[in-house]
Design a protein around this ligand. Structure first.
Ligand SMILES: NC(=O)c1ccc[n+]([C@@H]2O[C@H](COP(=O)([O-])OP(=O)(O)OC[C@H]3O[C@@H](n4cnc5c(N)ncnc54)[C@H](O)[C@@H]3O)[C@@H](O)[C@H]2O)c1
Ligand SMILES: [Zn+2]
Length: 339
């Protein structure tokens, strides 16, 4: 009933299980010898889990405002008062905010205690809970403090998505849409379990090749659709969820690739179909300034040589540096930005 994907990282390797009711496997996925579990979650989630050993629930707040060092301190203090030891385990039940915060707290508590992620958002399942990046925000910016801390296992129980608000589900769809174009696999033909497992397998392979996001740039393909998405998010005047911005970014990247002669019209149509299939907008919100977006994209932290994009092409999705600013600007009209 479940699909299992291995993240191959030697002695830090772990299984990601995907399926309806997968949370029932939690007891057997805990590291050997764990006596007690600290469950970190948010009040609004309410996904019931039973780790099969003594456990206590530690609720944290919701939203980016809760992704702080203060929350990490509160968690570590509460774990300490509860007598949690290095032989015990943290289980994070929630979206990316919960897995990022609980993962980071686990990385630093007693210099590192095991964590198992139980992502309850689609975005968490196909992205945030996989790969070991953990961290919190500072007033100065997002994700500025963190650590690489691989989980001992990841449990993607698709039943947890039943209570997920519609907009959160669509946002996760934006991230899932990206995986449709990273390999030759036909994700559109798959049911949800196979599709999430396929996305996890793609991320797992990239993480295995480049665990700590080194100079190899292997992880860059995971940023497909993200260059415009980050610019749209930075403009900040619009109420866009991350996945919504990524959806627009994917359509934009396809049009840009077409204008550069890297793909044909059919490939652009395929991008539009996949993004629309997740009920996501294909066009940027109205009133955006093309010049401002181009400037923001030129300043993208992944940019090494002028305007750098992750683009589809004859050799698949790859990093393309030095893209002509005029073409970048012209392609913005393809996603509804006035020239
Ligand atoms: N570590 C990584 O590699 C990585 C990758 C991508 C994103 N992230 C981080 O993930 C965060 C975004 O994660 P997200 O999109 O999952 O948002 P989120 O964690 O804020 O969750 C969205 C909302 O849905 C609620 N929720 C979660 N699961 C629910 C459920 N099953 N039923 C009802 N409500 C539920 C949450 O309480 C929250 O209010 C960002 O902080 C981002 O930086 C991290
Ligand atoms: Zn993303």
């Amino acid at each position: 009933v479940t699909t299992s994907v291995r993240v191959e990282l030697g002695d830090r390797g772990y299984d990601v299980v995907v399926g309806h009711g997968a949370a029932g496997l939690l007891p057997e996925l805990l590291p050997r010898g764990v006596q007690r579990v600290a469950v970190v979650t948010q009040p609004g989630i309410g996904f019931p889990i039973d780790p099969g050993v003594e456990h206590e629930v530690f609720p944290i707040g919701s939203g980016e405002d809760a992704k702080t060092l203060a929350t990490v301190e509160e968690l570590c203090a509460a774990w300490s008062r509860g007598g949690l030891t290095r032989a015990d385990c943290v289980v994070a039940v929630g979206g990316g905010v919960v897995t990022d915060v609980a993962g980071f707290a686990a990385a630093v508590y007693h210099r590192g205690i095991a964590v198992v992620h139980v992502p309850t958002t689609l975005l968490g399942m196909v992205d945030a809970a996989i790969g070991g990046k953990t961290g919190v925000n500072l007033p100065e910016g997002k994700n500025l403090v963190g650590a690489f801390w691989q989980p001992a296992a990841v449990v993607c129980d698709l039943d947890s998505l039943d209570t997920l608000p519609e907009r959160e589900r669509r946002s996760g769809g934006g991230e899932l849409a990206k995986y449709h174009f990273l390999t030759g696999d036909d994700l559109a033909a798959m049911d949800l379990e196979a599709r999430v497992a396929a996305a996890v397998a793609i991320k797992a392979a990239v993480v295995a090749a480049d665990e700590t996001e080194g100079a190899s740039g292997v992880r860059a393909t995971l940023n497909y659709g993200h260059t415009l998405a980050h610019a749209l998010e930075t403009v900040g005047r619009y109420d866009l969820r991350h996945g919504e911005a990524v959806g627009i970014g994917l359509v934009y990247a396809a049009h840009l690739a077409l204008r550069l002669g890297r793909v044909d019209e059919a490939r652009v149509a395929a991008h539009r179909l996949v993004v629309a299939g997740y009920d996501l907008p294909l066009d940027a919100p109205p009133g955006l300034d093309a010049g401002e977006l181009v400037d923001l994209m030129a300043r993208d932290k992944k940019a090494v040589d002028g305007l750098t994009f992750v683009l589809d092409g004859p050799h698949g999705v790859e990093v393309v540096a030095g893209v002509d600013a005029d073409v970048v600007r012209a392609a913005l009209t393809d996603v509804g930005v006035q020239a």
